[in-house]
Design a protein around this ligand. Structure first.
Ligand code: NDP
Length: 456
């Protein structure tokens, strides 16, 4: 389609056409559609201001991954039975740096989910201000109940294909749901073995003894807590004395709880896919970490072993617990419109997404209409990937930073991301709209780099 003056006049029509074209070219990918729609909803003002972006078909290009890899992952379980899983790596954008984004091992993983995560990652990584492109990957493998040896064999098989696509200057995967330190270890071991290179910069989330960075484990959760504290501070408020609820009890949730507590919040509930724990005395983080990180147990054990103030509610989401601050840190679309209305009624004043796209579009609308501070995941959970980029810096210089220095860098990055979103929203006439601010700021950085590099 040739773009003319009339075209620019009707930006809405342009965005609508774009949306329809993306939906048509990517059928049966609902999560990807949702992620694209959410970004497109914010972009009309920036495209109106920069017609060159539309002329260069930047959004058409950004929404088409540079490369998508789908592969077979065969492996043998402890009983000798052969299994076949499907592996994915979607390399979305290298406009700002090597592809960068995590790997997810979960039975729900499919192309739509990997594409939504990769698409979000492009803008998130841009917001960090660090030189990283966007990607995501994973497999429809369920690590739950698998032995260490089965996990190792799966990771080795996965890397036997993935290794040819990644590298320090090419694509740098990390962890995500179902992929933590143990899995990154097995993946890194296999990469090293196949390539015969001790290339620490090819994967992040590594252990401290083999090229990892301090604070990477804590970074996403800490970052989400910092972000919500920044949003509250911008309204002259703070976390001090606030009741906080967190969904999930995995990597992001645990460290969001730790930092929210350190900043003065009273975290009274967290959850897993089976239900939630309410502890009126405040979540006992040591007990939670023992159950989840050391024993790899279930959250239901918390109430059995916890203090008298704790109870476990099976089969229900955590969103019925009264709070002023909610941090969804589990999975996509876990907080819907009804849950959002309930939270608003219960007095929530701030929500920050520790997970990727945990709030449905209706939930986001409810929060925005109720004037609840809402931090979208691409801003609020960017601390994880930012610290991965700091890990890459340490690998490149063969250096290792202290916990305090790295955390200060993370804190500064989160403050900068907040300021960028806040100021961009104000600049475009929507003060306090962090969704618009994050989308426009992230998009603009990618757009400028793409324009400079020509049509590639
Ligand atoms: P983990 O696998 O460590 O933890 C996920 C947690 O969420 C588990 O406690 C899991 O419970 C729970 N969960 C899953 N589904 C539901 C559900 N429907 N309702 C309630 N709880 C549920 O993953 P991470 O903590 O690493 O990731 C969580 C989210 O954060 C994901 O969206 C991820 O993409 C995002 N993220 C992660 C980053 C990181 O650095 N790890 C970086 C940026 C974003 P159960 O054990 O029962 O399945």
């Amino acid at each position: 389609m040739v773009l003319d003056e009339e075209f620019y006049v009707n930006i809405t029509e342009h965005m609508q056409n774009l949306r329809e074209e993306i939906l048509r070219r990517n059928p049966a990918e609902p999560e990807f559609h949702q992620a694209v729609q959410e970004v497109l909803d914010s972009l009309a003002p920036v495209i109106a201001r920069h017609p060159a972006y539309a002329r260069a078909k930047l959004m058409e290009r950004i929404s088409e991954p540079e490369r998508q890899i789908i592969f077979r992952v065969p492996w043998v379980d402890d009983a000798g039975e052969v299994h076949v899983n499907r592996g994915f790596r979607v390399e979305f954008s290298s406009a700002l740096g090597p592809y960068k984004g995590g790997l997810r091992f979960h039975p729900s993983v499919n192309l739509s989910i990997v594409k939504f995560l990769g698409f979000e990652q492009v803008f998130k990584n841009a917001l960090t201000g660090l030189p990283i492109g966007g990607a995501k990957g994973g497999a429809d493998f369920d690590p739950k109940g698998r032995s260490d040896n089965e996990i190792m064999r799966f990771c080795q098989s996965f890397m036997t294909e993935l290794y040819r696509h990644i590298g320090e200057y090419t694509d740098v995967p990390a962890g995500d749901t179902g992929v933590g330190l143990r899995e990154i270890g097995y993946l890194f071991g296999q990469y090293k073995r196949i390539t015969n290179r001790y290339e620490t910069g090819a994967l992040t989330g590594k252990g401290l003894a083999w090229g990892g960075a301090r604070v990477r484990t804590e970074a996403t959760g800490y970052g989400a807590a910092y972000f919500v504290a920044e949003m509250l501070a911008a309204r002259g408020d703070g976390l001090e004395g606030r009741e906080v609820i967190v969904s999930g009890s995995g990597n992001v949730a645990i460290y969001a709880i730790q930092k929210a507590q350190a900043l003065g919040g009273r975290v009274v509930a967290c959850s897993d896919s089976g239900g939630y724990v309410f502890d009126r005395d405040g979540i006992d983080l040591n007990l939670l970490r023992t159950i989840k990180e050391v024993e790899r147990g279930r959250l239901s054990e918390y109430a059995e072993r916890g203090a008298s103030g704790a109870s476990y509610v099976a089969g229900r989401p955590v969103w019925e617990v009264p709070c002023q601050v909610a941090l969804p840190c589990a999975t996509q679309n876990e907080l819907d419109g009804d849950a959002a209305r309930r939270l608003v009624k219960l007095g929530v004043v701030a929500v920050a997404e520790g997970a990727n796209m945990p709030c449905t579009p209706e939930a986001v609308r409810v929060f925005r209409e109720a004037n609840v501070l809402f931090g979208p995941g691409k801003a609020a959970n960017a601390g994880g990937v930012a610290t991965s980029a700091l890990e890459m810096q340490q690998n490149a210089s063969r250096d290792s930073w202290t916990f305090e220095y790295t955390e200060e860098r993370l804190h500064r990055i989160m403050r900068d991301i907040h300021a960028t979103c806040f100021e961009t929203a104000a600049e475009y006439g929507r003060p306090g709209d962090y969704v618009l601010g994050a989308n426009i700021a992230g998009y603009s950085r990618v757009a400028e780099a793409m324009l400079a590099c020509g049509v590639i």
